[in-house]
Design a protein around this ligand. Structure first.
Ligand SMILES: NC(=O)C1=CN([C@@H]2O[C@H](COP(=O)(O)OP(=O)(O)OC[C@H]3O[C@@H](n4cnc5c(N)ncnc54)[C@H](OP(=O)(O)O)[C@@H]3O)[C@@H](O)[C@H]2O)C=CC1
Ligand SMILES: Nc1nc2c(c(=O)[nH]1)N=C([C@H](O)[C@@H](O)CO)CN2
Length: 237
């Protein structure tokens, strides 16, 4: 078991929190980034998860997080770029600012963190290290209502190929492309029914399937430059 921690960005809730808790339960040290302080973070801290504040809405904010990450640990076993903003497209004056915000969290933050954290990943006590980009099924399909989100996730998906080539053979770089893993607050049964019908498996699985996919990538020593679809067979519908 590696003593170097695994970093999960945006790990204060939902999929990132689930993976952070499963990893620490499996004996891995974990660091998460969070944007908003809240009571739930205390429970994670009590489990031994290190929490670092991060706001990736500006380059300065990204670089400030990187500096504090480097001051927190001398090595990393893996980085999971999970932080994300599922913002619908705006048709107002803020459309450009909204696109820029999604570019920064989905593309610029993973790009700069990957560049600056290469040495941390290579300093780990295991022969290999991993970077995992959380993308989305819509990166290859597009989205009528989340075009900026889909485009910036597509950019993150492309970064998987470039960093996999740049960082082989010491660091594996892969992506996980989910679709409808868990509902959001306020999603009613009608929405859930529509969502279930979108995939061949006709279910909303919950975050366990993402942890299983992350485990596969972390445990496999011969997989890099790939995007793992975890979408219940959306392409079959
Ligand atoms: N949930 C699903 O069904 C699906 C999820 N995915 C992808 O899986 C990943 C996890 O999804 P999910 O758990 O729902 O994600 P969330 O929507 O819960 O977002 C995760 C975290 O990202 C953080 N975040 C958002 N914007 C910023 C920012 N500018 N700077 C720093 N942190 C930020 C938030 O922090 P805070 O709360 O502290 O503000 C939030 O807790 C995401 O990448 C998502 O795109 C893809 C398809 C389906
Ligand atoms: N950052 C987030 N990204 C996404 C979310 C979310 O809640 N946060 N949710 C989805 C939806 O489940 C979508 O897949 C439904 O079709 C997509 N991305």
């Amino acid at each position: 078991m590696s003593s170097a921690p695994i970093l999960i960005t945006g790990g204060a809730q939902r999929l990132g929190r689930h993976c952070a808790e499963r990893l620490i339960d499996d004996g891995h040290p974990v660091i998460i980034s969070y944007r908003r302080e809240r009571p739930e973070l205390e429970a994670l801290r009590e489990k031994g998860i290190v929490t670092l504040a991060a706001d990736f809405s500006s380059e300065a904010g990204i670089l400030d997080f990187i500096a504090r990450l480097k001051a927190t640990t001398p090595a990393l076993r893996a980085i999971v770029h999970n932080a994300s903003d599922w913002a619908p497209d705006s048709r107002g004056d803020d459309a450009g600012a909204s696109f820029e915000r999604l570019f920064r969290v989905h593309m610029q933050a993973p790009y700069l963190i990957n560049l600056h954290a290469q040495a941390l990943l290579e300093a780990g006590d295991e022969p290999l290290a991993d970077i995992v980009h959380m993308t989305d099924y819509v990166a290859v399909k597009g989205s009528k209502k989340h075009a900026a989100y889909a485009a910036t996730k597509a950019g993150l998906d492309n970064l998987t190929l470039s960093f996999a080539a740049m960082y082989a053979p010491r660091i594996q770089v892969n992506a996980i492309a989910p679709a409808m893993i868990m509902l959001n607050e306020g999603d009613d049964e009608a929405y859930a029914e529509k969502a279930r019908a979108k995939s061949a498996m006709q279910m909303i699985p919950g975050p366990g399937v993402i942890y299983e996919s992350l485990r596969y990538l972390l445990d496999n020593r011969f997989v890099t430059g790939v995007t793992l679809p975890v979408d219940g067979g959306r392409h079959l519908r």
